[in-house]
Ligand binder design. Structure first.
Ligand code: DGT
Length: 218
């Protein structure tokens, strides 16, 4: 068994719902010595038989807090997972959970200010006391109307009720965090990729990031 690499080069892949984060990670499966950690959506859909993602979309006022608590746990697990390879790519992070999704829940009143305060305290505690490595953020930048069409086409059952306005809000929150830098914590340099392109053209766009992620001339 390969030894655990204590400090792999760690990349967070960020971007709106449907921006192609999973496809981006899959692009790097062809390379050796990379650990790919896709988002634990399946865990969110089945925790002891409960579909927390579905509960959250159907009744956000009741379930958003519970859902975010579980997202934080599963994200922290990914951040802390020992890695035997020199490069680690992970889908999203506790940062996008806090600065995009929880921020949205606070802004539109889905969660009570007291619930927000608890989630924010957890986030701050984790950020300050638990080492979370981050060397690069790949931001898959998209146009909201384009990803909204993709979301409708992929037809994930829980997401059928997602309106364009939600995708637009999430887009703005990603931009505020990664481009406009309205929050203090952006844990790594940001590489922006045009992720509006469709699958037949996107590979060329992904290739542009290979040298930065693999850190060698490719
Ligand atoms: P991709 O590969 O770019 O198409 O990625 P997706 O859309 O499969 O993955 P993601 O993370 O953008 O979203 C998966 C689902 O989970 C989507 O319905 C949004 C939801 N989601 C992800 N993270 C959070 C979160 O922290 N809070 C909330 N409320 N929803 C989240």
């Amino acid at each position: 068994m390969a030894a655990t690499n204590n400090k792999p080069f760690t990349v967070f892949v960020e971007g709106n719902i449907g921006s192609g984060k999973t496809t981006f990670l899959e692009h790097f499966r062809r390379f050796e010595d990379i650990t790919l950690l896709t988002e634990p959506v399946e865990e969110w859909r089945n925790l002891g038989g409960w579909n927390l993602l579905d509960l959250m979309y159907k009744d956000p006022a009741k379930w958003a807090m519970t859902f975010q608590a579980y997202v934080s746990l599963t994200m922290l697990d990914m951040h802390r997972r020992p890695t035997a390879t020199p490069v680690k790519l992970m889908e999203r992070s506790i940062y996008s959970a806090r600065y995009c999704f929880v921020e949205h829940m606070k802004n539109n009143g889905t969660i009570h200010p007291a619930q927000f305060a608890v989630l924010d305290e957890w986030f701050r505690f984790i950020h300050h006391h638990i080492p979370i490595e981050a060397d690069l953020i790949v931001y898959l930048k998209t146009t909201p109307s384009i990803v909204h069409e993709r979301i409708k086409k992929r037809a994930r059952s829980e997401e059928q009720c997602v309106p364009l306005s939600y995708i637009e809000d999430l887009h703005k929150l990603h931009e505020d965090w990664l481009i406009n830098r309205t929050h203090a914590e952006c844990p790594a340099p940001v590489l922006v990729i045009d992720a509006d392109l469709d699958l037949s053209q996107i590979t060329e766009e992904y290739k542009k990031s290979e040298h930065q992620i693999l850190r060698k001339a490719v």
